[in-house]
Ligand binder design. Structure first.
Ligand code: 4AD
Length: 430
């Protein structure tokens, strides 16, 4: 007997196959019993008719509880009325395991309960759709950089120094000393541009942020490209091309998931380069005119980003922030040294910042002064400063947060559903 997956069931129309999976639901109307099976690739209904299937199998259905694992064998038929397009006429079934009473029933549950059962909640259709979109986003990212000749440079997780300020470092013992969980792979990518020209890293990053918002995770994944000889404008172009590529990929590969999640695809279809663009200074002016509280020199909060995002239909690039609110490594703006040649990309529809990046300061003496001025131990950065000692070049890069991108594209209200096992301020279980 052929064993098949539900996703490829159309190939088996009229044939007998075995499907292996879990009981999603069942119902009965006298002489007919219906089983809905899910196998990780889809759902299908199998129908058992008393008298047409051996009694022992018909009776076995009675014993099946929600999420019991089983193998069903029968004939595949096209059925236009079925939401899944095909049905199985059941001939036999084999129980692998009768599940204990499953905590997540098909009715509504509170979020805290669902998060406590995250390992089980993963089986629910909505969660599966979001994580399938995540999977495709990651595939598109790898493909984007591969097609453009970037080399993958895996950056370390255990590091001796901070990248994005010391206030969000997770510290751990490292034998006789201390180590910090990586906040960003950027410092390790910059040396690698002199070896490979165009590089990227992609991995988990950690921020001990005491933020409990729908956009913050304490552990999140970031993809970071870094390119030798790129300046601020090149950096923005790369970011626009990159984000447009991911969105087009998701629209092409995830139509089914987006529809099931009721995501408005017409909004995503508008995401094409060039994006909206505004300087930090102009954005502050316009926010003030709209009556929103902010002063030049303040960082933008979620509410500011949402308003700025609403000015455009595409994502927005906000560029040239005040140097004093940004990390030491950013290149000063050519016209105004109080500003830096940086950019953030804000997703539309209130999904917030998805990219942060900049041209990097490639001047050794200036960079040293900034490391000291920001109160960082110079000796921990000597290796990083070497990039500026041996053939220093202008260069630029950025980081895109995967979970915020998944939230935006899938239309998830909260970032916790965009990663299989979220790590949050009050959550380390399961
Ligand atoms: O703006 P950030 O802090 O930039 C950097 O780390 C740079 N070193 C990257 C680089 O230039 N190579 O973070 C980049 C992105 C943000 O735009 C956001 O999408 C995501 O990472 N991010 C978070 N996502 C979820 N939870 C958090 N706590 C996040 N912090 C940042």
């Amino acid at each position: 007997m052929t064993t098949a997956y539900i996703s490829e069931i159309s190939k088996y129309e009229g044939q007998d196959v075995t499907l292996k999976g879990w009981l999603y639901n069942k119902r009965s109307s006298g002489k007919i019993k219906f089983i809905i099976l899910r196998d990780g690739t889809g759902l299908i209904q199998a129908v058992a008719v008393k008298g047409e299937i051996e009694d022992k199998y018909f009776d076995l259905i009675e014993e099946l509880t929600q999420e019991s694992s089983l193998a069903v064998t029968g004939t595949i038929r096209e059925d236009k009325r079925s939401p899944w397009g095909y049905e199985m006429t059941l001939k036999s079934l084999e129980v692998v395991h009768i599940a204990e009473e499953y905590p997540i029933s098909l009715k509504e549950h509170g979020t805290s309960f669902l998060m406590d059962n995250r390992h089980l909640w993963l089986r629910s259709e909505g969660q599966r759709h979001v994580l399938r979109i995540r999977h495709e986003i990651i595939q598109s990212i790898r493909q984007f950089y591969y097609e453009r000749g970037f080399t993958l440079i895996d950056s370390p997780i255990l590091t001796p120094a901070s990248v994005e300020g010391t206030s969000t470092l997770f510290e751990t013992d490292y034998f006789d000393g201390k180590a910090y969980l990586s906040q960003s792979g950027q410092l390790y990518l910059e040396p690698a541009i002199a070896a490979f020209g165009k590089v990227y890293c992609f991995g988990p990053t950690f921020r001990a942020e005491k933020s409990k918002t729908r956009r913050h995770l304490q552990e999140f994944w970031m993809v970071e490209p870094e390119v030798a000889f790129n300046d601020h404008e090149d950096n923005i172009k790369l970011a626009e091309e990159f984000v447009s590529y991911i969105v087009a990929w998701v629209l092409e590969k995830c139509g089914r998931e987006l529809d099931a999640l009721e995501r408005d695809k017409t909004k995503l279809e508008k995401v094409k380069a060039p994006f909206g663009r505004v300087t930090y200074t102009d954005a502050v002016e316009r926010l003030k005119k709209e009556g929103i509280e902010i002063e030049w020199g303040d960082d933008f909060g979620a509410e500011h980003e949402t308003v700025i995002g609403s000015w455009f239909e595409t994502p927005v690039v906000i560029e040239k922030y005040p140097a004093k609110i940004k990390p030491f490594y950013m290149q000063p703006d050519a016209e105004n040294p109080d500003l830096v040649a940086n950019m953030d990309v804000i997703a539309p529809e209130g999904y917030g910042e998805i990219i942060g990046g900049s041209q990097r300061d490639h001047d050794l003496e200036r960079l040293k002064k900034k490391v000291i001025a920001q109160g960082l131990p110079l000796e921990s950065y000597e290796w990083y400063l070497d990039v500026r000692r041996y053939g220093s070049v202008p260069h630029a890069g950025f980081g895109l947060g995967i979970e915020r991108t998944v939230a935006w594209l899938s239309g998830s209200k909260h970032i916790r559903e965009t990663i299989p096992y979220p790590r949050m301020l009050y959550r380390l279980y399961p």
